[in-house]
Design a protein around this ligand. Structure first.
Ligand code: UDP
Length: 375
């Protein structure tokens, strides 16, 4: 079977550091190829994941464009998508398209008389109500958690093939041998939805060292962010994520107990994550998929978070982490993270969130989509 995996023009696969969807695609592709699937990847030229063929309009990820006004963003998305569409018109060797591109992906693919398409929904589906409310019927969909689908518009939920949880290669390999440190970590892009300000408030109250890791609006270092913050004419200086960091997170950053280390990647990221006493998820939205949660489990770091979105599907309260309904409850559970057995977390990740588990689920869905086309 030959599958065109469309991950979009925003970041390379795997991403250099932060990248939710691209990390998922980077996890899925090797596991599909191990199972004999030929993969054509539509992404950017700097993608280093091994594939049978790479299609790219742009050499490098266009993530910075995502911060710009909407019409420029869609310009990039459309250029990428037009290339995918042209390819699908010109050839007949692609059996199925596995699409991961928000809105523009399905919109363009639905207008083609091409191979069947499975679109993976990665977002909070309330984000584009008009689009998801009238999702093209010719395209099959799956979600990344049951809770995400439960909030989907009725027709989309009814048509979906179910939820496939996210996975991580960390669940397949041996865990890094590290001494546990005292710090709590929040791993994620810095924005109000991920709740870094709640983490900072909480850890200061409890006297726990906190490391916040993740980019602000694509800025990976304090110096890069300073350059934006100090230039009132910079197009990003009034961006909500930049304002959030400056106004709500920065006041807690004392360089000692509470630190922001910017975006981290590779071994540095894994070391920082794996040596933490707990991974904190004080999320302020209904997290659709939560790659960072399954990564924490795979590294044997107990996740402690608010009972929202997909978190109750990923964390078994009291066995593999803790879930709380309020910030006060979080303050009670966080110091108890040491009661969770790291081996239990790792075993859970191997059983439920490994690349093989995800690939088998997708192969099953590919089979169903192909069978529906033939029927
Ligand atoms: N991440 C990273 N470096 C950072 C912050 C995050 O590599 O500094 C990774 C993180 O490990 C995870 C992904 O980026 O793999 C974020 O995905 P998640 O689903 O948790 O969040 P979202 O897609 O909502 O941003």
């Amino acid at each position: 079977m030959k599958v065109l995996v469309n991950s979009g023009p925003w970041l390379a696969v795997p991403p250099p550091g932060y990248g939710g969807i691209e990390n998922v695609v980077a996890t899925l592709i090797p596991a599909l190829r191990e199972r004999g699937v030929e993969v054509v990847l539509a992404s950017v030229g700097s993608s280093a994941v091994e594939v049978d063929e790479l299609l790219a309009v742009y050499d490098d990820g266009m993530f910075a464009e995502l911060q710009k006004p909407y019409n420029q963003v869609t310009g990039v998305a459309h250029a990428h998508q037009a290339r995918v569409a042209a390819e699908l018109r010109a050839r007949d060797d692609i059996d199925l398209v596995h699409d991961h591109v928000e809105v523009v992906g399905p919109a363009v693919l639905a207008a083609l008389d091409g191979p069947p398409v499975l679109h993976t929904l990665h977002w909070d589906l309330r984000k584009h109500p008009a689009f998801y409310g009238a999702f093209p019927r010719s395209i099959a969909v799956n979600g990344v958690s049951r809770s995400q689908l439960a909030r989907a518009p009725e027709a989309l939920r009814a048509a979906s093939l179910g939820a496939v949880h996210l996975a991580t290669p960390l669940a397949a390999g041996p865990p890094p041998r590290l001494r546990r440190d005292e710090h709590v970590v929040v791993m994620g892009r810095v924005c109000a939805l991920k709740g870094q300000h709640v983490a900072a408030r909480l850890c200061q109250k409890l006297g726990l060292p906190l490391v916040l890791a993740g980019p602000v609006c694509g800025r990976n270092t304090p110096a890069e962010l300073d350059a934006v913050a100090q230039d009132p004419y910079h197009p990003l200086s009034s961006h909500p994520d930049v304002r959030y960091h400056l106004d709500q997170v920065a006041p807690y950053l004392d360089g000692d107990l509470t630190r922001w280390v910017g975006g981290v990647e590779g071994e540095e990221r894994d070391r920082l994550y794996a040596s933490a006493r707990a991974a904190l998820f004080p999320i302020q939205w209904d997290e659709p998929g939560g790659t960072a949660v399954v990564e924490a489990l795979a590294l044997g770091v107990p996740p402690v978070g608010l009972r929202r979105g997909c978190l109750p599907e990923l964390i078994d309260h009291g066995r593999t982490g803790f879930l709380a309904d309020t910030e006060e409850e979080l303050a009670e559970w966080l110091p108890r993270a040491g009661e969770i057995d790291p081996e239990e977390c790792r075993a859970e990740a191997r059983r439920r969130f490994s690349p093989s588990v995800m690939a088998e689920r997708y192969l099953d869905l590919y089979g169903r989509v192909l069978a529906a086309r033939q029927a």
